[in-house]
Design a protein around this ligand. Structure first.
Ligand code: ADP
Ligand code: NA
Length: 333
């Protein structure tokens, strides 16, 4: 009944990290190249403003994420690539889903608790409600598969709950059951200072993350300084247990090389960090350097990026508007 369709997005809320690349963008390219599904990728700028964004920087960040997608291999002739705010149906369906989702469901979102912390009274209402908008991003295209990093699993599951409640309340079979796709290594890249905290665009220190636009020297320096325990790499996977920093670096190597964690351990069994870290840095530079060079080239021509995004928005509207229109009819609007 439903066209096999992939949807996913990235917030333009700062520079792209290696976590975004391995957990999201690289997988988006794989889905595009597999050719089994229609692929729709979005720069989710409406999500970015759930926390304060300087208007001029937001616009630049939107272009930079788009450039990151294209430089990594997202081909606007194969995938739909656009930014969320240009397709007003996202906000419209988002409101309807805010009326479907329950406050109790939102209260269970662990990412909100992490982000709001002790400050929950002072954060924006949008930050609290954003999973309802995310459900709209996905369901507006009747997307069946959503490739994301592990941190987004709960939100994609909430999307399924919203679709189910909508279908049940209105006695329709209109929105598909959506599933998160979280497969392979590096679905949760940790920061380089604390192997238990996610690498994030908005982490406290730049040394904690690898940015997609870092130059070779910076990448080498960051990996060299990455926190580890003093033990060499183990002979088997079990030897990584209780060693989050070591596991993280092995996982990053696996994600970048296309190997499994097991294969990386087999290749580097017993290696010390003095050998492994430079090898990891070389691999990261080999994979990221061509991407950052291409990103810089694309960023030199912002009008071209805007043209690509505008064309993508037209394609997105063609799919989204009929689905929104039908939703209005179902709801009685
Ligand atoms: P961030 O958390 O860096 O602000 P977003 O919220 O825009 O990024 O997430 C965009 C995509 O990147 C999501 O699919 C998310 O799961 C993925 N992602 C973000 N950080 C990581 C990470 N450290 N490891 C793996 N995937 C990640
Ligand atoms: Na995230």
């Amino acid at each position: 009944q439903f066209t096999p369709r992939v949807f996913s997005g990235i917030k333009p809320s700062g520079g792209l990290t290696l976590g975004n690349y391995l957990g999201a963008i690289k997988r988006f390219v794989d889905w595009q190249e597999a050719g089994t599904h229609e692929t729709i990728y979005c720069v989710v700028d409406l999500h970015a403003i759930t926390v304060w964004q300087d208007p001029a920087e937001l616009h630049a960040a939107t272009r930079e994420v788009a450039a990151g997608f294209i430089a990594s291999g997202i081909d606007p002739t194969k995938s739909v690539l656009f930014n969320q705010s240009q397709v007003s149906a996202h906000a419209e369906l988002g409101w309807i889903f805010s009326c479907v989702a329950r406050v109790g469901w939102m209260n269970r979102m662990t990412q909100f608790k992490d982000k709001a912390g002790a400050n929950a009274e002072k954060v924006s209402l949008g930050l609290y409600a954003y999973p309802a908008l995310m459900a709209s991003d996905i369901l507006l295209y009747h997307a069946t598969h959503v490739p994301v990093g592990e941190d987004q699993k709960q939100h994609v599951e909430l999307t399924r709950d919203i679709a189910q409640k909508f279908n049940h309340d209105y006695k329709v079979d209109f929105f598909p059951e959506t599933r998160p796709v979280i497969e392979g290594p590096a679905t949760r890249v940790m920061n380089l200072r604390d192997g238990t905290k996610k690498m994030s665009k908005s982490g406290e220190s730049d040394m904690e993350r690898i940015n997609m636009t870092d130059d070779a020297d910076t990448i080498a320096k960051k990996f060299k300084k990455a926190k580890t325990d003093p033990e060499p790499l183990p002979e088997t996977m079990e030897g990584l247990e209780g060693r989050p920093e070591a596991r993280n670096l092995v996982d990053i190597y696996a994600g970048l090389s296309g190997m499994t964690d097991e294969q990386v351990i087999a290749e580097y069994a017993g290696a010390g960090w003095g050998r492994f870290k430079p090898a990891l840095a070389d691999l990261a530079v080999e994979k990221l350097a061509p991407i950052s060079t291409e990103m810089a080239r694309l960023m030199d021509d912002p009008a071209e990026i805007d043209r690509i995004l505008a064309h993508g928005a037209e394609q997105a509207r063609e799919i989204a508007n009929p689905i929104l229109k039908r939703t209005y009819e179902i709801v009685g609007l």
